[in-house]
Design a protein around this ligand. Sequence first.
Ligand code: ADP
Ligand code: ZN
Ligand code: ZN
Length: 754
Amino acid sequence: MPDVYADVVVDIAAGNLDRVFAYKIPERLAGQVDIGSQVMIPFGKGDRQIQGFVVNMTGQPDYDVNKIKEISQVVNSELAIESQLIRLAWQIKKVYGGTMSQALKTVIPVRRQVRAIVERTYGLNPDHFAVSQYYEKIKNDKRYEARKRLIDFFLAPALSGEDGGVSLSMEDIKAGVKASKTVVQALVDEGILVEQTFRRYRSPVKAYMPPEAAVVLNEEQQRAVDDILNDTSHLVHLLFGVTGSGKTEVYMALIARILEKGRQAIVLIPEIALSLQTVSRFHARFGDRVAVMNSRLSDGEKYDQYLRAKRGKVDIVVGPRSALFMPFDRLGMIIVDEEHDGAYKSENTPRYHARDVAAWRVKMAGAKLVLGSATPSVESYGRAKAGIYSLHTLTSRARSGSRLPQVSVVDLREEFRRNNKGIFSGKLLKYMEEALARKEQIILFLNRRGFAGFVSCRSCGYVFKCRHCDVSMTVHTGGMLKCHYCGWEQPLPKVCPQCGSPYIAGFGLGTQKVEQLIYQTLPGVKVLRLDRDTTAQKDSMENILEKFRRHEGDILVGTQMIVKGHDFPNVTVVGVLAADLSMFSNDYMAAERTFQLLTQAAGRSGRDQKPGQVVIQTYNPEHYSIVCASRQDYLSFYRQEINYRAMMNYPPAVHMLVVLALGRDEGKVGKQIHALAAVVKDFAAKNHGGEMILVGPSDASISKGKDVYRKVFYLKHKNYSALIQAREFLEKYMRTSEYSREVSLQFDMDPMSV
Ligand code: ADP
Ligand code: ZN
Ligand code: ZN
């Protein structure tokens, strides 16, 4: 039998994952060691026995085999949480590519050493009955007064209970009696007072909302809860509920039941913007057992949340996709809210999708996965239709008196013909004026940020592009041109660099411009603007949303981030200024994204008793994504979209692997991508008959970014595993190929945009 070796990390608690040590698996342990196994190994000079975790297995270690020591024994009979997370990392690496170290860092975040906040409190020693004796002893001492004062303070009936009395912080003591730290310390040293230290955890949860009582679930909600909990034949459940149908209430009811069973829950949400509202609701319901994770937390906050989870002090975590890896060892449920959202796909290697990784994790943990959405991804809905997921539906709005809004579609070409050159159609303007007269609020939704879209010469058509990227630049405040890709800025030139014409103009419409135009059209209204420029600072987004909630603005103008989830009961008009912008990208998911955005945007209107209006302005009123969104008809959208995907060979009809080559020398990147395409074609012909489809190679849609050239091809196949094999083949090929140093490869399995 050939020898097998294991890579072992020994420092997992400190997040030190880059240093792995090779060990031989002795024959007597053959079959007992696996990825994730906890093992004892001889380590260092004296061969001290220490614990480690196996993160990789190989037949050929990078290290001199004669010097490799043997694993002494396998520790775990039951699985440590680290073992589960390491196995998860292994599966992530297997499916999405990249190195094991990258995968490990994804599931076990590197923990920077953060100083703990330690608090000290002091109380009277309950075993010390000799206080009067002590008084006697120090009677002639000059320190007598101060000490007696302090002891008397603790002996006061209000403080000294039967159990030895309270323990107070230095601050509390000083608030009650004249005392110094020195005297307190002296009494501790003499055993009269006892010092207690405990760790205070930094918590980012601020109570935003008053405690929320559990609502009485309606029939549909209750049925969903019962069915999800009782179903023993499905791991994954899709909760398909229209906007405002009370999905969050269903999540909370499910979690309450999970907690009753002594188990824990992870709630994933797509955006930080949403997290405060959602977190506050969970906090109002479940109190301090809720932890929060997100990238805006300080290192200290993050560290403490992680520790609280690790020590079993929390049962629920709410956060974006990284919260998936919370070290819960009694995990009972993962909930993925707004499961269709693109934010669940990681944009860094490994480019994992949280929905899929969540399914692996619940399987390992014997838990359940609940995916919720008003506009499920076609992928998830397809799986539900096929019976792989079970489907639970909420068909109406939960709050009494609330109905779905009335939606109208306005053809912008008509408006133009009627000589309306403004940004508001006659219909939208009329609804806005009526709402303002009734003191109701309005949301205007725009698809892009920035002052304008791309900038070009009106005379020759020259488009201003970033000198480092193949990306057109946009105009920002102060007339600066900015690249959204790399951040490069330059002043807008006075004349066209190509033809010298002074007629240079920006196309498209940004939130700043819309704000100006509103003030021109409706003088006296108060506008709040929410986009990446106004929300660059910590908490600014929450502040703007809070202001709007308190009606300190009549109109909220914003990009994508305003359409998701928010609940503003006084909003009765939602206007989508130009619905087409998300459709102009040549992206196979563009129609799905447009449908989702419009449905979600419409869902912000009329959430309370007052009836809501939605106006969608568009140049493509016949497009099925717009027609279906205006009718809030998910099913017919799904049917048309899934036909299109099947016809064009796009996911979910097939799986798709993007192979992206990157390098600073365009010629070498070109040669390399062609070589890779040729060898993989060969490989596929031998191993997968004619079933593998190769598209490309070609320039990537952004062909240059930050001075790095980007070329790409796509592989498509019905089976995931065929694409994994092709990727592993390419990774191996890269190691020995001519340009392995100048050209790097990135993979993306089932991309969210192409
Ligand atoms: P979703 O997550 O589906 O958008 P939410 O859970 O936020 O919906 O519910 C929308 C509104 O309806 C919230 O204000 C919520 O408190 C209310 N609501 C939900 N379920 C009920 C119910 N059973 N009875 C009364 N109000 C409810
Ligand atoms: Zn020009
Ligand atoms: Zn750039």
